[in-house]
Ligand binder design. Structure first.
Ligand SMILES: Nc1nc2c(ncn2[C@@H]2O[C@H](COP(=O)(O)OP(=O)(O)OP(=O)(O)O)[C@@H](O)[C@H]2O)c(=O)[nH]1
Ligand SMILES: [Mg+2]
Length: 348
C-alpha cells in the first residue's frame, strides 16, 4: 500500500501584523518550543515554509508570512497569485493589544479581498491573540467587540469566518489549532467511525486520538454519561499537559523534544481507569474506561488488534509494505502481545 499517493496537501497561510505572534504559535505547536523561549525569535523575513504531516493523510503546507509592511505590500502586489492561490485556510492573527486596530482591519480586508479573488473556497480563522494581556473580566466583551468589527471587514466570507481568543500561555492555543486541523483532515469521518467502533468494543467512556508530535487532538468519541463531563476543555488541557511532559522529558534526558515520546501512561482509580498509549506511527490514543482490571486488559488487547486499521489511515515515514497483511512487531507491541497472551490464557 502506498499511502503517499493518497496524501492531501493543504496550503495554510498564517498572516497578521508584525509582532502579532504568528511565529511564536507556530514554534510552540509544531516545533516543541516552550512559551518563554519564543522571545528569542526574530521577525520573519518574507515567508517561512514548513511541511507537517498529520494523521488522516493530511500534509500541511504552512506559510508563515512575515507581517512587516513591506512584505505585506509585496504579497498583495507582485506575489498576489503565488501567495493567495490554492489556499485551503487563512489564519489571520490579530494582536489584541495592538494600538492600531483600525489599520490592522484595513490590512485584513485587503488580504481577504485577495483571497476572495484567488481562492474563494478557502476558510478563514481569525485568532484574537495575546489574550493573557487583557484583564480576565474584560476578555469576553473585548473578544465579542473585535469579532463584530472583523466580521464587518470579511467581505465574501462574513458567514463562514471562525474566531478564537488565544494566548501562548494557556491551552487556548491548542483549542484553536485543534479546530483548524480538524477542518483540514480529509478523512476525519472515517477515522471517527473507526474510533466509535473501537470505543464500543472496549466499552470506553471516551477515546481521544492525539497526534504524537504536536499533541493536538485529531478527534474523539464520547459515550454515555461521559457526555456530561463538566470539564469541556479537557481535550486541549491534555494536549498542553502532554506537550509539557515531552519538554520536561527532553530537558531531563537530553533527547530532542521532537523524539521524546513515552510508550504508555496509566492512571487507575476506584472511579475510572485512564491510559494513553501509542496507536500508530503518528498518533497516541487516550482511553477513559470503567474501573475494572478485566476491562482494562481487554481494552489494551483490542487496541493492539485495531492498530493496523488505523495505520492504514495514517501517513507513514517508513515504507509500510505488507503492513495491512502481516502485522509488524515493535518492542512495545511485544509487551502488549505478551499481555494479550496472558489474557487469552485466562491469567488476567
Ligand atoms: N503576552 C503574549 N505575548 C506573546 C504571545 N504570543 C506571542 N507573543 C510575543 O510576541 C512577540 C512577537 O512574536 P512573533 O511570533 O515573532 O511575531 P510574528 O507575528 O511572527 O511577527 P513577524 O514575523 O514580524 O510577522 C514575541 O516577543 C512573543 O513573545 C501571547 O500569547 N501573549
Ligand atoms: Mg514571524
Amino acid at each position: 500500500m502506498n499511502s503517499g499517493k493518497r496524501q492531501k496537501q493543504r496550503k495554510v497561510l498564517l498572516m497578521g501584523k508584525s509582532g502579532a505572534g504568528k511565529s511564536s504559535m507556530r514554534s510552540i505547536v509544531f516545533s516543541n518550543y516552550v512559551a518563554k523561549d519564543v522571545r528569542r525569535l526574530g521577525a520573519t523575513i518574507d515567508v517561512e515554509h514548513s511541511n507537517i504531516k498529520f494523521m488522516g493523510n493530511l500534509m500541511l503546507n504552512l506559510w508563515d508570512c512575515g507581517g512587516q509592511d513591506g512584505f505585506m505590500e509585496n504579497y498583495l502586489t507582485h506575489q498576489r497569485e503565488h501567495v493567495f492561490s490554492n489556499v485551503a485556510v487563512l489564519i489571520f492573527v490579530f494582536d489584541v493589544e495592538s494600538r492600531e486596530f483600525q489599520s490592522d482591519l484595513v490590512d485584513y480586508s485587503y488580504i481577504v479581498q485577495a483571497l476572495g479573488e484567488c481562492s474563494p473556497q478557502a476558510k478563514i480563522f481569525c485568532l484574537i491573540h495575546k489574550m493573557d494581556l487583557v484583564t480576565a473580566r474584560l476578555r469576553l466583551p473585548l473578544f465579542e467587540e473585535r469579532i463584530e468589527f472583523i466580521r464587518g471587514s470579511s467581505e465574501g466570507f462574513k458567514d463562514s469566518v471562525d474566531f478564537f481568543a488565544t494566548s501562548i500561555w494557556d491551552q487556548s492555543l491548542y483549542k484553536a489549532w485543534t479546530q483548524i486541523i480538524y477542518y483540514l483532515i480529509p478523512n476525519a469521518s472515517t477515522i471517527e467511525s473507526l474510533l466509535q467502533q473501537l470505543a464500543e468494543v472496549i466499552d470506553a467512556r471516551e477515546l481521544i486520538l492525539y497526534e504524537r508530535t504536536t499533541c493536538l487532538m485529531v478527534t474523539h468519541v464520547t459515550r454515555g454519561l461521559e457526555g456530561q463531563n463538566p470539564f469541556t476543555d479537557r481535550f486541549e488541557r491534555i494536549s498542553s499537559i502532554l506537550k509539557t511532559h515531552k519538554q520536561s522529558m527532553a530537558r531531563h534526558t537530553g533527547i530532542p523534544a521532537g523524539s521524546a515520546n513515552f510508550a504508555e501512561m496509566q492512571i487507575k482509580t476506584s472511579r475510572f481507569m485512564f491510559f494513553i498509549t501509542r496507536l500508530t506511527e503518528n498518533t497516541n490514543l487516550a482511553a477513559s474506561i470503567p474501573p475494572s482490571e478485566q476491562v482494562f486488559n481487554a481494552a489494551r488487547v483490542n487496541i493492539l488488534l485495531a492498530r493496523h486499521r488505523f495505520a492504514e489511515l495514517d501517513i507513514s515515514n517508513k515504507p509500510r509494505a505488507g503492513l495491512s497483511h502481516a502485522y509488524q512487531r515493535t518492542s512495545d507491541d511485544k509487551e502488549l502481545a505478551d499481555i494479550a497472551a496472558g489474557y487469552v490464557g485466562g491469567k488476567a
